[in-house]
Design a protein around this ligand. Structure first.
Ligand code: 5GP
Ligand code: ZN
Length: 134
C-alpha cells in the first residue's frame, strides 16, 4: 500500500511517537488525542479494516490492547479506559488501515464517546435474531 500513511508510520518510514513496537505492531500516540495518552495500535501489515484483518493478527491485537491498557493505566494513573475501533466512513473511520484506539479516561475529562440509547422493539429483535441466531 504505497499511499497508506499508517503503513508508513507502522513500518518506520514516517516518524511517530512510539510507545511500543514488536515485529507485527507499532503503538503510537494519536496526533489528535481525545485525552492524555490517547494511542493507536497499528499492525505493520496492511489491512483496511477488521474484515480484512487476518484472525491471527486480530487475536494478537486484542492481547496487545489488554497489555497496553494495563500498562498505561498504571503509568498514567487514569481512572478508566476506552478501546475503540472504527470500520467504514459511516462508523467514523478516517484512516483506512486497521487501528485500535487506546483512550485513557480521567475523571471529568469531558471526552464524549457513545450514542443515545434507543429501544429494542419486538419487531427489530425478531428480525435480527432471525438473521443472526445460529
Ligand atoms: P479513525 O477516525 O480512522 O478511527 O482514527 C484515525 C486517527 O488517526 C485519528 O484519531 C487521528 O487523530 C489519527 N491520525 C491521523 N493521521 C495521523 C498521523 O499522521 N499520525 C498520528 N500519530 N495520528 C494520526
Ligand atoms: Zn496501510
Amino acid at each position: 500500500m504505497n499511499d497508506c500513511i499508517f503503513c508508513k508510520i507502522a513500518n518506520g518510514e514516517i516518524p511517530a511517537a512510539t510507545i511500543y513496537e514488536d515485529d507485527e505492531f507499532r503503538v503510537i500516540l494519536d496526533l489528535g488525542p481525545a485525552s492524555k495518552g490517547h494511542a493507536l495500535i497499528l499492525p505493520k501489515e496492511h489491512a483496511a479494516n477488521i474484515y480484512e484483518l487476518p484472525d491471527e493478527l486480530a487475536a494478537k491485537a486484542m492481547i496487545l490492547a489488554k497489555k497496553m491498557a494495563t500498562k498505561m493505566t498504571e503509568k498514567l494513573g487514569c481512572d478508566g479506559f476506552n478501546i475503540v475501533q472504527n470500520n467504514g466512513e459511516v462508523a467514523g473511520q478516517t484512516v483506512f488501515h486497521f487501528h485500535m484506539h487506546l483512550i485513557p479516561r480521567y475523571a471529568d475529562d469531558g471526552v464524549k464517546l457513545g450514542w443515545v440509547p434507543g429501544t429494542l422493539t419486538d419487531e427489530v429483535k425478531e428480525e435480527v435474531l432471525e438473521k443472526l441466531h445460529e
